[in-house]
Design a binder for this molecule. Sequence first.
Ligand code: 13P
Ligand code: SF4
Length: 322
Amino acid sequence: MSLVESPVRSASSGIEPLRQEIFALKRKLNAVILAHNYQVAEIQDVADYVGDSLGLSQHAAKTSADVIVFCGVHFMAETAKILNPSKVVLLPDKDAGCSLEESCPADKLAEFQKTNPNFYTIAYINCSAAVKALSDAICTSGNAVKIAQAAPKERDLLFVPDENLGSWVMEQTRRPMTLWRGNCYVHVEWTASIIDRIRREHPGAPLVAHPECVRAVRLLADEVCSTEKMVDYCKRTTASAIIIATEAGMIHRLQRECPDKKFIPAPTENCRCNECRFMKLNTLEKLRDCMANLHPRIELDQSIIERARLPIDRMLEISARN
Ligand code: 13P
Ligand code: SF4
């Protein structure tokens, strides 16, 4: 979704001076602000583009801006840097990580790959640049099925690091894969029993779930898809209320795109566990500060950039096919 800088939508008037500072810095730096669908509302509202990991990578690949301000998590900003090695890539909070990225250290993956020289490694984009450099193809939740289908038939597929996305891809493609045992600490919070309860409370409301959810939840869903495809589904459906099983920031994006529909965030058992603590480290103040200081900035070894670029380019090329 592309935005213009004038309208104040969800932002309260108290933050207007901060927004204006950000717009001024953006012009001064010739910067583009890219934001993931899970970012806080105030950040989504100042971004030039808001979307899922695939849309963000595609935007990063074609931007003519000199500075990329990436409001998301570390692996997303790294991907933008790999695609734009000569540009400055900023991340408002350098500690914005991801439990999936943490679950798959590059040295452990390299060790495991030695157990089968015929492995073709598909890495979910939620991994470090070093893991990307060890992979044959990258995928996002928006194109994982397509990437697995395009993998050479004679190779044994290894899917890292999300076992839930991996098992969903296997169900869709009927192609066996060895799965790395990682997961998203947010999406595994939803259970079949809690989803069952919310569905009974809202009869007639379809359930849309992210493929990082466990199988028992995916089986109860009317649609399983990436965050951007959730927007498409919600625009298309005739239902006036939709239950959403993904990170809480998504509701703001959906409400903007479909103002006449009601979105019901699927509850988790005891806590606000549907908020990703990493995504929520970024704030509007930190966004302004990183632009003012040109820091924190993503820096990567040239050799990692070169090796990680190949599987990302492969993903972008396969994704562009009809
Ligand atoms: P999407 O690519 O579907 O936006 O997912 C990113 C992510 O981190 C999900 O937890
Ligand atoms: Fe990672 Fe999960 Fe947060 Fe997405 S929601 S960034 S997969 S920890």
